[in-house]
Write a protein that binds this ligand. Structure first.
Ligand SMILES: [Zn+2]
Length: 273
């Protein structure tokens, strides 16, 4: 894509990560130059949520997802959830996340991960915010939890209810999340040779349910794999998606941006850039 005529949304970045301490403003400026109009930055505990909110006050076009990552679930108390509820009142906080289950490596006990997830699902419903779900190797357990949540809370849920971030799974699993109304977000790993098996699933995701993200500083595109990733590189994922899906780069950029606006704009209106 030579001219960035369609603004792209990086729907999941960690701008407050220590990896960006030396050059955060330059990283944000490079994203603008690359046509990334909005960066959704995710705070994974109270401190990084506060830092993320501060960033929105220094730079235009930044939105915040606020929550406790499953890695840190062992340390989360009910008081922490109350503090999160307060921070989530900020107008630039557009979702609760990333919340979920991480059974790939058990950094926190599975029991506490389930508990922190339950508390935050209740909070999202109470605040009328969508959720950003982190789920690695736990779809079997996650699907019924989200099915109950979407069914029981009915009208108090936002529509769409949220995003499965960095989705990795087969077509059948994707369909189950899509049937509940969730959007699926993909990052640069779709361009790694090991993801070739996933192309059919990537093609099966409807255009109006697809998002792009970097999850930076993780998941650098294949061309610079192993290096630090940053929001400007979300373009690589748009180009890769266009190639896998047989669509134009402009169309993927336009669709994923519209989807992000619909999803994050529901509760509080899309903040101006
Ligand atoms: Zn993340």
């Amino acid at each position: 894509m030579t001219t960035p005529d369609v603004s792209i949304v990086d729907s999941h970045a960690h701008l407050t990560a220590r990896e960006f301490d030396e050059d955060r403003a330059d990283v944000i400026a490079r994203a603008r130059d690359a046509g990334v109009g909005t960066i959704v930055t995710v705070g994974t505990e109270l401190e990084s949520v506060r830092e993320a909110i501060a960033l929105t006050e220094q730079h235009p076009g930044i939105l915040v997802v606020a929550g406790f990552h499953p890695h840190g679930a062992d340390a989360v108390s009910r008081d922490d959830i109350a503090a999160l509820a307060e921070l989530a009142q900020h107008p630039k906080v557009v979702a609760i996340g990333e919340i979920g289950l991480y059974f790939h490596r058990d950094y926190s006990s599975r029991e506490r991960q389930r508990e922190a997830l339950g508390w935050q699902l209740a909070l999202a419903a109470e605040l009328g915010l969508p959720i950003v779900v982190h789920c690695r190797e736990a779809h079997e357990e996650m699907l019924p939890i989200l099915r109950d949540w979407t069914r029981n809370l009915g009208a108090s849920l936002t529509s769409p209810p949220g995003i499965i971030h960095c989705f990795v799974g087969d077509t059948e699993t994707a369909r189950k999340y899509l049937d509940m109304g969730f959007y699926l977000s993909l990052a640069a790993y779709i361009g790694y040779p090991s993801s070739r098996y996933a192309h059919d699933t990537i093609r099966a995701i409807p255009s109006d349910r697809l998002l792009v993200e970097t999850d930076c500083p993780f998941f650098a595109p294949q061309r610079i794999r192993g290096k630090r990733c940053e929001p400007a590189y979300v373009r690589d994922t748009v180009v890769e998606l266009a190639s896998i899906r047989g669509e134009s780069v402009e169309r993927v950029a336009r669709d994923t941006t519209q989807n992000a606006q619909r999803l994050f704009g529901i509760a509080k209106g899309m903040p101006s850039h």
